[in-house]
Design a protein around this ligand. Structure first.
Ligand code: NDP
Ligand code: GDR
Length: 323
């Protein structure tokens, strides 16, 4: 019999990579999608035929209960969330509903339908916010710096609490930033790679950015979804930091991306004060020793390879669009 997995947020970056990974492992993959007036399935276009998609919403508890009853998954990956930090300052209540309470709704649905379902929660390095030590590990205290970070911190603790209270196999993956050609264009890495391609091909003439000195520990999404699956396929549920252990600034990302097409970022990048956040996370760098030792996980794509991959993919796409 096939293993059955349900992914919330399957239309997002991680959902698309995880769905592809689970299909390759022989899973029957179900995806939860919310109703919208126009479909946005571009990221899962190439595997659409092999997936079973169902409408439900993180705001609607009953829709999630029905979804679990209908699909009977062995594993649930809760990737759905309002995931963009600036939007969380503009819409803090909605972010709390999706990103925080949405987790409890899914855990309650699991409690009601089948407590043997294994649960993965997409937690975030944003919980470390104003970092209390470097590098950050599973035991570093949290100090979130945005309504998004606060909501994720709730999601993390409710996952731990349901594991401890109801013996649900619930894992929280504390993932540091991970990127890819499928990353949303509002996030800084993809905003840069897209702009580099458009500037190189004469479609754009400058790039407005915010905090160039912010540092992140950037990895490749394809590597990180493998860790999610590894967490649900070990003997006991636990929490893991997933990171590369190396940090770079936004400026360095831009420098490398422009240099890849023989341009100097200083000729094109301008700082727009409107893009600065009310409170920013200045630096993040994770220590994934626990995941290395207990899961046997390690990242395979380097920062330099990631930047090249993203710029090359955008060059090809912009070229195709303008042909
Ligand atoms: P995306 O923003 O690309 O995807 C978010 C997904 O959530 C989309 O499929 C979206 O659907 C769905 N969604 C949002 N609101 C609802 C709702 N009310 N009901 C149902 N679905 C909803 O995020 P990523 O793929 O980058 O990230 C996946 C998860 O991991 C997120 O929870 C994110 O916060 C977390 N995370 C991400 C990291 C990263 O670096 N990428 C690092 C650490 C954590 P739609 O297409 O309809 O908008
Ligand atoms: P982040 O990612 O907030 O870390 O959250 P993002 O790429 O948005 O920002 C990273 C850093 O870059 C700075 N920055 C800019 N950011 C954006 N988006 N646009 C700009 O123009 C810009 N200029 C500078 C930001 O200030 C910030 O310091 C991501 C999301 O995927 C979360 O869901 C996830 O939990 C965390 O990563 C880990």
């Amino acid at each position: 019999m096939k293993n059955v997995a349900l992914i919330t947020g399957i239309t997002g970056q991680d959902g698309a990579y995880l769905a592809e990974f689970l299909l390759a492992q022989g899973y029957e993959v179900h995806g939860m999608v919310r109703r919208s007036s126009t479909e946005n399935f571009e990221r899962i276009d190439s595997i659409r035929e092999r997936l079973q998609l169902h409408q439900a919403d993180l705001l609607d508890q009953l829709s999630m209960v029905r979804l679990l009853e209908a699909t009977q998954p062995a594993e649930v990956y809760n990737l759905a969330a309002q995931s963009f930090v600036p939007t969380s300052f503009a819409q803090p209540l909605l972010t709390g509903e999706f990103t925080a309470l949405g987790v409890t709704r899914m855990l309650e649905a699991i409690r009601q339908v089948n407590r043997n379902i294994r649960f993965y929660q997409a937690s975030s390095s944003e919980m470390f916010g104003r970092v209390q030590e470097e590098p950050q590990t599973e035991t570093t205290p949290f100090w979130p710096r945005s309504p998004y970070g606060v909501a994720k911190t709730y999601g993390h603790w409710i996952t731990v609490n349901y594991r401890e209270s109801f013996e649900i196999f619930a894992c929280s993956g504390i993932l540091f930033n991970h990127e890819s050609p499928l990353r949303g264009k509002e996030f800084v890495t993809r905003k840069i790679s897209d702009a580099v391609a458009r500037i190189k091909l004469g479609r754009q003439d400058k790039l407005l950015l915010g905090n160039l000195d912010a540092q992140r520990d950037w990895g490749f999404a394809g590597d990180y979804v493998r860790a999610m699956w590894m967490m649900l396929n070990q003997e006991s549920a636990d929490d893991f930091v997933i990171a590369t252990g190396i940090k770079h600034s936004v400026r360095e990302f831009a420098q490398l991306a422009f240099a890849h097409v023989d341009l100097d970022y200083q000729d094109f990048v301008e700082v727009d004060p409107d893009l600065l956040r009310p409170a920013d996370v200045q630096t993040l760098c994770g220590d994934c020793t626990k995941a290395r030792e207990q899961l046997g996980w390690s990242p395979e794509v380097s920062f330099e390879a990631l930047v090249r991959m993203m710029v090359d993919a955008d060059l090809q796409r912009v070229q195709r669009e303008t042909d």
